[in-house]
Design a protein. Sequence first.
Length: 108
Amino acid sequence: MAFDVTLAGRIRDRLRGAAGVTEKKMFGGLVFLTGGAMTVGVYGDDLLVRVDPAAIDAALGEPGVRRFTMGGRATSGFVVVAGEAVDDATLDRWIARAAAYVAGLAKR
C-alpha cells in the first residue's frame, strides 16, 4: 500500500526536533514513534493516531474518525482520521493528543 507522502511531510515538519522521535515503515504506511512507542502515522491517505483505549469512543465521535482495523480485526487504542478531514489545526490537535498519551505510557 502506498501512503500519502504529503501528509507524512506535514507530520514530519511538526515533529522535527521532538525528542526521541523516529520513523518506521509499518502496516504498508509510515509511522512516527516516540521513544519506540508508535504515536501517529500515515495509512494510505489517512492519519493513523494512537489514543487512550479508554477514550476510544470519544475519538470515534469526531469527524472523519473510524477504528483502525488490521486483517479484519479492530485494534485497541488506534483510530484512523480520514485524510480529507486533516487540515492543519486538526493535524496539530491529533498529534498533540497522541503525543500526550504516549508520554503518559513512559511514566507507567
